[in-house]
Design a protein around this ligand. Sequence first.
Ligand code: DX5
Ligand code: ZN
Length: 229
Amino acid sequence: MFENSKCIAKLAPSILTADFANLGETFRMFERHPSVGYIHFDVMDGDFVPNISFGAPVVRSLAGGAKLPFDVHLMVTEPARFVEGYVTESTEFIVVHAEAAVHLDRTLRHIKSFGVKCGAALNPATPTEALDYVFDIVDQVLVMSVNPGFGGQSFIPACMDKIHRLAEIRSERGLDFKIAVDGGISRANALAVAEAGAEILIAGSAILNAADPEAELAAFDELLGGTGR
Ligand code: DX5
Ligand code: ZN
């Protein structure tokens, strides 16, 4: 996990709490920091989660000028209906919730059919067993460390056990899916989450609600041993 004492985990800042009137500036800020590896888009439909955020037009409008790859988190019911809209030249991952896709295997394969990496997200109460028959398909497993739908919540410590278990499964089965952890991530828990096996640390309010987001990102660079892209 820590090659030559350098952490290989990367930040994926969530734009959910960003100033939507200045997203270009926010993206330029992300791009200045080696600890940032992705931009995380929290798509919420007001049905699977009790909030509505933004849809495909927003993601597509941002794709052209982006230097960082997109990690699109679909918190939507029956996500297969919407996947194609989020396929852009910047989209690296499209992540759907195991709890929201009746036909999860088919939905994951549908994402891959566009040449995009697929991910499955697990709510805090959902066990890893929910993915037993799709671990060989997924490119990412997203562990929700808060209950989805809102930024600014506290990290649920019980999720650490799930991260460890996913890292064990990955090793036992010789798989290489990435482990992402989403919700309540800050500099106080980032290293512990990375050491448990996560490579993608999704943080929204810890960065964008900081008094000085640029300084916070610089502190993350220091903490994660920003090794450049
Ligand atoms: C919650 C989202 C998270 C959240 C992260 O449903 O999936 O990405 O926005 O925000 P913070 O870091 O504020 O918990
Ligand atoms: Zn998210």
